[in-house]
Design a protein around this ligand. Structure first.
Ligand code: FES
Ligand code: FES
Length: 156
């Protein structure tokens, strides 16, 4: 039996029915076709599924779609404006903060919130702030460099 939900995603309201067991990440990917939010583990370890729920970075594989009823969700598709990359996306691009790119949407979503909370983080604070997001490719050095670049505004 489906439950009625109304969830705003990237500024667009979606009133629909979902099965109570539907995870937010599956709602985004399969119901709304917003496939920029990735599934890396489904067990809340990797952070590839990170989105913003009412302004907070959350792992969308740990949230049921029915729990997001009445909430505002922002996905990686919602952080760019008018076809322009977000400064954090540009920083990842310019400092080579990605290889396969699988972790990147979640990293970017988490990193933007990290800088909102701490606009001038040390490298150690960047690493600690992103410890819930795993990358199997980069060794993290250029991810830290990307966040540092975004913080200093060199790519803005
Ligand atoms: S898919 Fe959500 S934390 Fe890995
Ligand atoms: S760039 Fe491949 S997992 Fe991070």
């Amino acid at each position: 039996m489906k439950r009625a939900v109304t969830i705003s995603v990237n500024g667009v309201s979606h009133a629909t029915g979902v099965e109570p067991r539907t995870l937010l990440v599956h709602f985004l990917r399969e119901h709304l076709n917003l496939t920029g939010t990735h599934v890396g583990c489904d067990t809340s370890n990797c952070g590839a599924c990170t989105v913003w729920l009412d302004g907070m970075a959350v792992k969308s594989c740990t949230v049921l779609a029915v729990q997001a009823d009445g909430s505002e969700v922002t996905t990686i598709e919602g952080v760019s404006a008018n076809g322009e990359l977000h400064p954090m996306q540009r920083a990842f691009h310019e400092t080579h903060g990605l290889q396969c790119g699988y972790c990147t949407p979640g990293m970017v979503m988490a990193a933007i919130k990290l800088l909102e909370a701490n606009p001038d983080p040390s490298d150690a604070e960047i690493r600690r702030g992103l410890e819930g997001n795993l990358c199997r490719c980069t060794g993290y050095e250029n991810i830290v460099a990307a966040v540092r670049a975004a913080a200093s505004g060199v790519t803005v």
